[in-house]
Design a protein around this ligand. Structure first.
Ligand code: NZQ
Ligand code: ZN
Length: 385
């Protein structure tokens, strides 16, 4: 196992009714900038619960953060925040709202002479950020308790991340009851995203990190077991376990001391930037194809995954291949298609365009060995047709 430093400062309030804990987190009289997405929080009772808990605070609202949050939209919130000087930003939503709020928190505090777009790609040093709290409404990204954020600029086909400990949320509320209003497409997306976060930190090569392997296998097996129940039943147990699984997949612990891949995410971000696909749709398309392409170098872990997660016994390339097909079948059962054709996208064109984007973004050495070139990624995309 490689050396590591593990750090995560986010306090988690997990369970039904926990949105009320905002009243403990935010001192009365605080200035709060409440940010949310397209309005789901007002159609269910999340917004009402937040406003009740923040009754003693001075709240300014900013709504309209899109899925795959847009730089131009976020800059409007930054302008509002620079006037209001909030003590807190509260994000109410899924990964897009949480990621958008991280960007807003960092950009408000930035020297106004600097271009905030330089925050993405970590091209500028951040000195501070407004304290952030997240009320999660869609379990998927783990953004509610990690230091990452992914921002989109559709006009230039850019979808780029930044990471900084200053934007770790100070706290997050994970109330599984909020999942009741999720449309099936977002349920499927959330389960697939959490699954792929785990495989990116697990399906590489053996590194004698036994605890992290077992954590990953526990998350994957739980998602495989209870994820489909969310599509057919109002299942409180499944909701709670999926919400916790998605958080655990990307709050930092699963990947410590492990080799990591993340090529599926890099390719996926380009597919979203080019075609507007949902984040998890890009992962469902890319991961099975990437695993087939890299089956030889990943065989040992694929066999372990087959044995321990899918209960497929034995060893060798046939068992590794069976685990890949079980994965693709699972994504399809979650309602997230694994072929580009299902989204009306031509695989040859997508392969060429993804290759160009990866070159433009300097992503020439992907995968756990740094050996996947843009041409390799193009082959992976083409084979996902
Ligand atoms: O905008 P509203 O009206 O709230 O509706 C949202 C949105 O349309 C809806 N929704 C959320 N909670 C709901 C609900 N609808 C009904 N009831 C609820 N309780 O779901 C739609 C999608 O929301 P979004 O936040 O876009 O989804 P997700 O959580 O999948 O986030 C995706 C974004 O996160 C980034 C992705 O790239 C993408 O931009 N990621 C962030 C990561 C991180 N920070 O660590 C890691 C991930 O790999 C990922 O890249
Ligand atoms: Zn993801």
């Amino acid at each position: 196992m490689k050396s590591f430093t593990f750090y995560n400062p986010t306090r988690l309030h997990f369970g039904n009714g926990q949105i009320a804990r905002l009243a403990d987190e935010i001192a009365p009289g605080s200035r709060v900038l409440l940010v949310y997405g397209g309005g789901s929080v007002k159609k269910n009772d999340v917004y009402a619960q937040i406003m009740a808990a923040l009754a003693g605070s001075e709240v300014t609202e900013f709504g309209g953060i899109e899925p795959n949050p847009e730089f131009d939209t976020l800059m409007k919130a930054v302008a509002l925040g620079r006037e209001q000087r909030p003590d807190w930003i509260i994000a109410a939503g899924g990964g897009s709202v949480s990621d958008g709020a991280k960007f807003i928190a960092a950009a408000i505090d930035l020297d106004p002479a600097l271009d905030p777009w330089l925050i993405v790609g970590n091209r500028i040093k951040l000195e501070s950020a407004v304290p952030l709290g997240v009320v999660l409404t869609l379990p998927a990204t783990g953004s509610e308790s990690n230091l990452a954020s992914v921002i989109t600029r559709s006009s230039t086909h850019d979808k780029i991340s930044f990471k900084n400990p200053l934007v770790f949320p100070r706290f997050a509320v994970l109330d599984p009851a909020v999942m009741a209003t999720l449309p099936p497409r977002q349920v499927g997306n959330g389960v697939v995203d959490a699954f792929v976060h785990t495989t990116e930190q697990y399906l590489t090569f053996p590194a004698q990190a036994h605890i992290q392997d077992r954590l990953a296998e526990g998350i994957l097996a739980t998602l495989a077991e209870v994820g489909p129940n969310l599509l057919t039943a109002q299942d409180d147990e499944a909701r709670a376990n999926v919400m916790w699984a998605a958080n655990q997949a990307l709050f930092g612990l699963v990947g410590v001391g492990q080799p990591q891949d993340w090529a599926t995410h890099a390719i996926g971000h380009e597919l979203t930037a080019l075609y507007g696909l949902d984040h998890a749709q890009t992962l469902a398309v890319t991961l099975p194809s990437l695993l087939r392409y890299c089956i030889a170098e990943k065989e040992a872990k694929l066999v372990q995954y087959a044995n321990r997660v899918w209960g497929i016994p034995g060893s060798g390339p046939g068992v590794a291949a069976a685990a890949i097909e079980a994965t693709a079948d699972f994504f399809e059962r979650m309602g997230v298609p694994v072929h580009l054709g299902a989204y009306g996208i031509d695989p040859d064109q997508a392969a060429t365009r993804v290759q160009e984007q990866l070159i433009r973004h300097g992503r020439a050495d992907l995968g756990e060995h740094g050996r996947l070139s843009p041409a390799d990624c193009a082959a992976i995309v083409r084979a996902a047709g």
